[in-house]
Design a protein around this ligand. Structure first.
Ligand SMILES: *Cc1c(COP(=O)(O)O)cnc(C)c1O
Length: 365
């Protein structure tokens, strides 16, 4: 607290990211990073960008990352004017809150979801209502349709809708037909589908952007492409929505992506073989870890993401997490209503998952 702070800073409740422990070899299953290194083409691209003398760093990067946007558009079979790029998808989401969700009605998102959404809503003064997921943590699409009065307190419409698919931290995914019902049923507001984890087993709503001018799909290179350290995220949608994001971006930071990030992400999108191999490995490890957790008595939510959400009926989640931490094994615990007996466990290598399971045997076994 300080008398120099603005009013809004007094009121902010910042997002708390997962711990990045300063240990030599932690078993780090707490922030959904990919356990494998990025495509080797990424390393080559960064070296090529730097050259012998790093001469290129003297100059500002391309403010709109044209080459990267072209590579990503080609990968998804869309046009470059349907692509926005930002410094991590968190920045893309922040711009979307300001550019597309800030209206006079409350926006809707699930009660159990990415905890950055309420943070951005408070930062930008966006009113919101949370919509409960069902007892199995599934998003109920009917609850988002204005025709069913889905709005909280204020009438028959909302100021926008945002949710991840697959949802975080549950891993629960909706099929494309259900996503389409939300988008089609909210033609008067923007629907944002945050697909941070889509490559690990869900269907992408990018297939719908040509037909629905109110749909924005958000992607990141942090999870499935192993580039969390590079900070590159995207939004895909109608050119008018993309222009809105660019207007906010150019009122904030004209150069959100540095030269190395642009080179790295472009190379990552050009290596589809790497993506296919890696995501399959992660999905196989997910099945293996799910079975091992179930054998120890954990209830595991079926996951389409690179993490699982699990609870043990006889052991307190906070205590399990603390005991794992003593063994330098990190998982994510959220002390929040409805989920404070669950742990979110990122899918590591099979060796890391085995280390976790051995530790859990001594804790709950
Ligand atoms: C990880 C994550 C992001 C943010 O990813 P960055 O691109 O690294 O900022 C966005 N949404 C969800 C749901 C996430 O889990």
């Amino acid at each position: 607290m300080s008398r120099y702070w603005s009013d809004i800073v007094h009121r902010l409740v910042p997002y708390v990211p997962g711990e990045q422990p300063a240990l030599a070899k932690p078993v780090k299953l707490n922030t959904n990073e990919n356990p494998y290194p990025p495509s080797l083409r990424v390393l080559d691209a960064i070296r090529a960008e730097l050259g012998e003398t790093a001469e290129s760093l003297r100059r500002y990067p391309d403010p709109v990352a044209k080459r990267l946007c072209a590579a990503v558009a080609a990968h998804h079979g869309i046009r470059a004017d349907q692509v926005f790029v930002g410094n991590g998808s968190d920045e893309v989401l922040a711009h979307a809150f300001q550019a597309l969700l800030k209206h006079d009605k409350p926006i809707l998102f699930p009660d159990i979801t990415y905890s950055f959404y309420p943070t951005y809503a408070r930062l930008y003064g966006v009113d919101y209502c949370t919509v409960p997921v069902d007892a199995q943590f599934a998003i109920r699409v009917d609850d988002y349709l204005p025709e069913n009065g889905a709005t909280g307190a204020t009438g028959a419409t909302n100021g926008g809708v945002i949710f991840p698919n697959p949802n975080a931290p549950t891993g629960h995914a909706l099929p494309l037909s259900e996503i389409e019902r939300v988008v089609a049923g909210n033609a008067d507001s923007v629907v944002i589908v945050d697909e941070a984890y889509v490559d690990f087993g869900a269907q992408s709503a990018i297939a719908l952007i040509d037909r629905y001018p109110n749909l924005l799909v958000v992607h990141t290179t942090s999870k499935s492409r192993s580039l969390a350290g590079m900070r590159v995220g995207f939004a895909f949608g109608h050119a008018d929505l993309i222009e809105a994001l660019n207007r906010v971006k150019d009122s904030f930071n004209s150069y959100p992506l540095d030269r190395l990030a642009q080179a790295a992400a472009t190379a990552a999108y050009e290596d589809t073989e790497w993506l296919e191999t890696t995501r399959k490995r992660v999905m196989e490890s997910r099945a293996r870890l799910t079975a091992s957790l179930a054998a120890l008595g954990f209830e595991v939510v079926p996951s389409a993401a690179n993490f699982v959400f699990a609870k043990h009926p006889a052991h307190d989640a906070a205590q399990i997490s603390a005991k794992l931490r003593e063994k330098e094994i990190f998982v994510r615990y959220f002390n929040a209503p409805r989920v404070n007996q669950h742990l979110r466990i990122s899918i590591g290598t099979d060796d890391e998952c085995d280390t976790l399971i051995e530790a859990l045997k001594t804790i709950v076994g």
